[in-house]
Write a protein that binds this ligand. Structure first.
Ligand code: SAM
Length: 231
């Protein structure tokens, strides 16, 4: 699933224009955005909820009362959907402090402040050692690309040296409860590190099953996967 160098150049240009958009948001109020018919606020440097997460949001399942950890939460859009699907508690994690601010505002706006907790975190680093979840969700930065400006806007779509992907698979078995229904839902893209994800899942004891996809154009297809411990 590899794009040619010319195609990847087009992807990087699209991503650079996304970074510019994410940087230029009202510094006090943020930007209200529609996503699947609901409103979400994003602050400066935060990823705008978009087509990349739709295959996941439309196809993943949460059983009533489950506890969920949403890594790379951004505006908190997946955390909010997990609460709407019935989660009892959602811990939302992101490296960007403005993502935490956006997630807290969106949780409050949608009356989910008592269900969603948000913490600044490098992948799972802010979880307490004893915290375990039935479900982990993640819509990560897809592309292994080195920093150019070096701000949080770039880390929305670029994952230098696949740090996020590596840390996710290093921590997943510890963070997921050891029960048969435990699972993770993860997105990836036609231009991203899918093969690396499948390899890391396999090496850390997880099977990968596609649960949905969203074809945007010739360059960009977004996928949603369910990961479970191999039997
Ligand atoms: C593609 S965005 C997804 C945002 C949101 N979940 C959504 O679906 O709209 C990726 C997110 O990963 C976050 N991120 C990047 N590196 C991270 C890290 N090391 N630890 C935690 N979050 C990180 C970014 O700040 C960004 O919010």
């Amino acid at each position: 699933m590899t794009l040619s160098p010319e195609e990847m150049k087009k992807v990087y240009d699209i991503q650079r224009s996304m970074h510019q958009k994410f940087r230029h948001v009202n510094s006090i109020y943020g930007e209200p955005l529609p996503y699947l018919g609901r409103l979400f606020i994003v602050h400066e440097g935060v990823f705008w909820p978009s087509k990349d997460s739709e295959a996941l949001v439309k196809n993943y399942a949460i059983n009533p009362g489950e506890e969920v950890c949403d890594v790379c939460t951004g505006s908190g859009v997946i955390a909010v959907h997990s609460a709407w699907k019935g989660a009892k508690k959602v811990v939302a994690l992101d490296i960007n402090p403005n993502a935490i601010k956006s997630t807290l505002e969106n949780s409050k706006y949608h009356n989910l402040g008592d269900i969603i907790e948000a913490r600044q975190s490098d992948v799972f680093s802010a979880l307490k050692s004893e915290e375990r979840f039935e479900v982990v969700t993640m819509n990560p930065p897809f592309t292994d690309h080195k920093k150019e400006v070096g701000d949080y806007a770039e880390l929305t779509v670029w994952d230098p040296a696949l740090h996020v992907q590596k840390s996710f698979f290093d921590g997943l078995d510890r963070v997921l409860k050891h029960i048969p229904t435990a699972r993770a839902y993860v997105t990836q893209a036609s231009f991203g590190a899918i093969d690396e994800m499948v390899e890391r899942a396999d090496k850390t004891g997880f099977s990968v099953q596609e649960i949905g996809k969203n074809v945007v154009d010739d360059l960009r297809t977004f996928y949603a996967f369910e990961l479970r411990r191999k039997k």
